[in-house]
Every structure is written in structure tokens, then in C-alpha cells.
Ligand binder design. Sequence first.
Ligand SMILES: *[C@@H]1O[C@H](CO)[C@@H](O)[C@H](O)[C@H]1NC(C)=O
Ligand SMILES: *[C@@H]1O[C@H](CO)[C@@H](O)[C@H](O)[C@H]1NC(C)=O
Ligand SMILES: *[C@@H]1O[C@H](CO)[C@@H](O)[C@H](O)[C@H]1NC(C)=O
Ligand SMILES: *[C@@H]1O[C@H](CO)[C@@H](O)[C@H](O)[C@H]1NC(C)=O
Length: 416
Amino acid sequence: MKLSSSTSILIRKARLSPYLFSLLAFTLFAIFLYSQDVGYLNLSINPNPSPSTTEKQYKKLPFSIGEKEDGCDVFSGKWVWDPVNRPLYQESECPYIQPQLTCQEHGRPDRDYQFWRWQPHGCSLPRFNASLMLETLRNKRMMFVGDSLNRGQYVSMVCLLHSLIPDHAKSMKTFGSLTVFTAKDYNATIEFYWAPFLLESNSDDAVVHRISDRVVRKGSINKHGKHWKGVDIIVLNTYLWWMTGADFKILHGSFDDEVKEIVEVSMEDAYRMAMKSMLRWARQYMDPTTTRVFFTSMSPSHEKSTNWEGMPNGNCYNQTEVIEDPNYWGPDCKKSIMEVIEDVFKKSKFPLTFLNITQLLLYRKDAHTSIYKKQWTPLTPEQKVNPVTYADCMHWCLPGLQDTWNELLFAKLFYP
Ligand SMILES: *[C@@H]1O[C@H](CO)[C@@H](O)[C@H](O)[C@H]1NC(C)=O
Ligand SMILES: *[C@@H]1O[C@H](CO)[C@@H](O)[C@H](O)[C@H]1NC(C)=O
Ligand SMILES: *[C@@H]1O[C@H](CO)[C@@H](O)[C@H](O)[C@H]1NC(C)=O
Ligand SMILES: *[C@@H]1O[C@H](CO)[C@@H](O)[C@H](O)[C@H]1NC(C)=O
């Protein structure tokens, strides 16, 4: 008896579960339909476009003053030699460039890298208008958040604007992870916040951060994100620091825990976690009707000349030409990460503006700082004659390539 009753219960359970399953499926489907409806209703009141496809249907984005030519992808194009209109300022005219990026001062023999202009295939970029930018920033805060490449874009932006401001009305100050350029008469700030992973990590010290065994803490975006709240325009990046070439260590819990629970995941999964956290932060703290959020794609390195059929044993050192192959994509730059970005952003309704600059940077093996820089100390003569080891093929000379990042930012801000 006992046995049979328990058997019947088991059978009942087994019969129940498909029924439950279909009920659940139906309920989920109904919720899905309903939320789609609500989604559409909401959208007409409160614009929530996804970046690429649906922009047009909604109210215009904050700060926009016009539209780009129909269907023009400003990130698809080519570099054209234009010594008349480039560079946009001189290295010696901008005192804010860190010695890591002042290539002329550190002996680069050519200036060719300064004379290229980005020409999209489908349209022309609007001319960078510094006074329009400054006027737009009146009573506002613009912040760049990320790693040293993002800092380069930040400095480029300051260089593009500062000559309109008299000396007594501008200042640049650093407070730990935060650097603030103030345009007093405009009550405007342009800021940089060091957070190479966006999330909390063991590389967060703004000065001492060269740690080889990198660990990032899951769910920790607010550790840094609390310092970004209240900004009007935010430009984020993160990439290079994830490229350890191995699985990535993710900390569950806190850096203060005595026994740390660390889980190793693939670089792609770790990066996906960061992208999702960033979007969650944006949804929570950035109002899409008054503020703008930008994300800059990966900045590639040029470590191996054989990747572009150069001489063997070379790198970005002594490169003065741009790569002509429109499909060039070196192995230093992970396509799998671009796929993660694409996937995460596609699923999000937050109107983040994606600055897809990777391809146009890939062509520019000539624009890196190479050996013409000073980080803590200048390179020694022994290091200078060994560029295979000591050339920096990640960072970019200023003025130069990174000014184009801001021309594209300008284009997307005002002509989305
Ligand atoms: C730049 O923007 C200002 C408005 O802030 C405008 O008056 C000026 O005409 C613009 N300059 C160019 C060259 O478009
Ligand atoms: C100055 O700008 C800040 C935002 O950065 C704003 O909160 C404040 O109201 C502005 N001050 C004036 C006097 O407009
Ligand atoms: C730099 O490149 C040129 C060719 O573009 C080559 O002739 C020269 O030997 C190279 N110099 C060094 C130091 O590698
Ligand atoms: C960015 O541009 C590259 C190259 O043009 C393209 O392959 C990729 O799909 C683009 N990424 C996104 C997220 O649109």
C-alpha cells in the first residue's frame, strides 16, 4: 500500500510538472506581451531608444542640434592627408599634455602622424567648434571615466577647448583618482576619473597600479560610480586591462575578506560582467532626457609589424604610414570583445551612444608614442636603441589621433 501510494504521488508529480511548465510558459508569454505593450506606451512618453536601430522614432537626444546625413556611419571611412587643416592645435600650445604623450618634445623626428584627417565614406564630420562645446558645457560637468587611453581623450578635449579661456579663468587639479579641469567663467568642469576596469579592482590606485595579478570585484560599480553621479555627459572606456591573455580573476565578496572567494572566468565573460554593470549604473543614475552616456570601443595596439606585413621583429616604432587595407584587424585586438559589446548593448534599451572607433584606430600604426615619451623617467639611451622592447605601441601622441576621438564625440553629441 505504502509503496503504491508513494508511487502514485511520484506519478502525479511527474504529470503535474509538464502542466505546471506550460502554465508557467503561458504566464511568461503573457507578461512578455504585456511588457512589450507597456514598453511601447512608455517609449512614446519617455524616450528609451536603443543606440543604433530605433533612434529616429523617439524624441531627440539631449544636446543634439542637428542630424547627420541619412544613413552615414561616421566610423566607416578612411584617413586622408590634410596638412592644411591638421593638427587642430600645436603640442607646445597645450600645457596639459602629460609627458607620456608629447612625442615632439621627446624627440620624434617626424610629424606625419599629426596631419591625417578622418573622412567617413558617407558624409563629412562637422568641424569641431570649441566655442559651441564650451557654451554647451556652461553650468555642466563632463566626465571621462576609464584607463590611460581615456585619459588621453580627456586631455585632447581640454587641449581643444583651453585656448578660448584666459589663463586666470582655468585650472587643472588632481584629487586622487579624479582630475578636474575648470573653466571658471563658464562654471564648467571637464573631468577624468581613473577606473581602468570601471568596477573596483586591485589596480585602482591612480599612481601605483601596475599589478600583474589583476583581480576585479563583482557587482562593485558603485565603488567608483558614486563619484560619477550628477555629471551631464559621461564618456566611458575599458579594455586593455582585461587583456591578460589568461582567465580572469573575479572576486566575490570584498577585498577586505580574510578568505577571498575568487572565481576564474574567461576574459569575455569578465568583460561582459563589466558591460552589464556599466549599463545598470547608467540606467540607475543617468536621466536619458537630460544627460548623455558614451562608450568608447577598444583602442588597439600595434606590437608586431608582421601583422601588417612589415619587417620582421618590428613594432610601431619607425612607422609613418597608415595601413591601407580597409579590412585590417590585427590579432592584438580581440574581435570576441567587440562581439560581447555588440551583444550586451543590443539587449539594452538604454540610449547609450557607442563610439565605434576600433577599426579606424587599427589603421594607425604610425600614431603611437613609441620611444618618444617620458613616463616616470625618460627612456635611457640603452632603451632608446632597443625599440623592439621599449616602444610604447598602445598610447597615442598628442596632438594627433585622439583629437579625432573627440571630433567623433562632437559629431555624435550634436548630430547623433
Ligand atoms: C561655433 O558655434 C557658435 C555657437 O556657439 C556659433 O556662433 C559659430 O558660428 C560656430 N562656428 C562655426 C564655424 O560654425
Ligand atoms: C554651476 O554648475 C553646477 C553643475 O556643475 C550647478 O549645479 C550650479 O548650479 C552652477 N552654478 C550656477 C551659479 O549656475
Ligand atoms: C625606418 O624605416 C625606414 C623605411 O621606412 C628604413 O629605411 C629605416 O632603416 C628604418 N630605421 C630603423 C632605425 O629601423
Ligand atoms: C564596430 O565596427 C566594426 C568594424 O567596422 C564592426 O565589425 C562592429 O560590428 C561594430 N560594432 C558594433 C557594436 O556596432
